[in-house]
Design a protein. Structure first.
Length: 252
C-alpha cells in the first residue's frame, strides 16, 4: 500500500510545541523558547521498545518500569504560531529549519512501520493527499528518507547523553519521579515539563553565558505573549521561572 502526501502548502501544523534534537535546540536558541519534555510510555505501549532505545527506562517500583521519551522542545502554546511562520504561512528559515520540521509528517520517535497514521491530515488542515501529491510511503517504508534518517541518527547519537542526564536529574530531584509516576497513570498520557537549563550541566561544551544571551529575549517575548491569558497560565509561569534562571547567568 502506498500513500500520497504534500504538506508544503499548509503551515497549519506550525503551531505549538515542537520536539527538537539537542543539536537543533542549541542552534535555534535565539528563535524558540526551550524546555525539556519528559513523556512516560508504558510497557504495554507499542512504542515502548523504540522509546527506550532513544530515551530512558525508569523504574517506578520493583515490579514496574516505564520508558521515558526525553526531548528538548520549542515550548510554545498550541494556540500560538511558530515565531518563524510568516503571514503567508511560509517558513522564514526554510533552509535552516530544524530536523523535526524537515522530517514532517514522519516521526523517528516511532518505528518506521508505524508511520501511516501520521499521513492522515488533521481536521481543518490543507495537506494534499490526492493522487497528484508525491508518493511518500510505500509498504511501510519511507520513500524519500534522507531527512528521516538524519533526524533519527541525531536522536540515536544523543541518547547516551540524555540517559545520563535522566539518571542524574532523577537522583537530584526526587519530586520528578513522583510527577512521572503521576503522568504514567494519567488516562491518555501526559508530560512533565522541565527547564532546559537542567540539561546544560550535561553539555560541558556549551557556553552557558552565550546561550543565555540568545535565549533570554525570546523567553521575555513569550512572557509578554502569554501574559493575562488564563488558558496559557502554565506556559506563562514556566517562562517567568526560566527567565529568572537566565537572568542569574546574565548578571554574573
Amino acid at each position: 500500500m502506498e500513500y500520497n502526501f504534500d504538506c508544503t502548502i499548509c503551515g497549519k501544523c506550525c503551531y505549538g510545541q515542537v520536539p527538537l534534537t539537542v543539536k537543533d535546540a542549541l542552534a535555534h536558541a535565539d528563535r524558540f523558547p526551550l524546555a525539556m519534555i519528559w513523556t512516560p510510555v508504558g510497557r504495554e505501549n507499542k512504542y515502548f521498545d523504540h522509546t527506550t532505545r532513544l530515551g530512558s527506562k525508569v523504574n517506578l517500583s520493583k515490579r514496574k518500569d516505564i520508558g521515558v521519551r526525553i526531548s528538548p522542545a520549542a515550548y510554545i502554546p498550541p494556540s500560538l504560531p511558530c515565531p518563524e511562520l510568516a503571514e503567508d504561512n511560509t517558513c522564514r528559515i526554510h533552509t535552516q529549519k530544524p530536523s523535526r520540521c524537515r522530517t514532517m509528517p514522519f516521526s523517528p520517535y516511532r518505528d518506521e512501520s508505524h508511520q501511516a497514521e501520521l499521513l492522515i491530515p488533521r481536521e481543518n488542515w490543507d495537506c494534499d493527499v490526492s493522487n497528484e501529491a508525491p508518493v511518500v510511503y510505500r509498504d511501510n517504508i519511507i520513500v524519500e528518507r534522507q531527512d528521516f534518517d538524519r533526524e533519527f541518527d541525531d536522536l540515536l547519537n544523543q541518547a547516551d547523553t540524555l540517559r545520563r542526564y535522566a539518571d542524574w536529574l532523577l537522583a537530584s530531584v526526587p519530586s520528578l519521579m513522583k510527577e512521572l509516576n503521576k503522568m504514567a497513570k494519567k488516562k491518555g498520557g501526559g508530560q512533565v515539563i522541565v527547564s532546559f537549563f537542567s540539561l546544560l550541566p550535561r553539555l560541558p561544551e556549551v557556553d552557558v553565558a552565550e546561550f543565555a544571551v540568545k535565549q533570554h529575549p525570546i523567553v521575555e517575548d513569550f512572557i509578554t505573549k502569554t501574559s493575562g491569558i488564563s488558558a496559557l497560565k502554565k506556559y506563562h509561569k514556566h517562562y517567568k521561572e526560566y527567565a529568572t534562571e537566565l537572568e542569574r547567568v546574565l548578571n554574573q
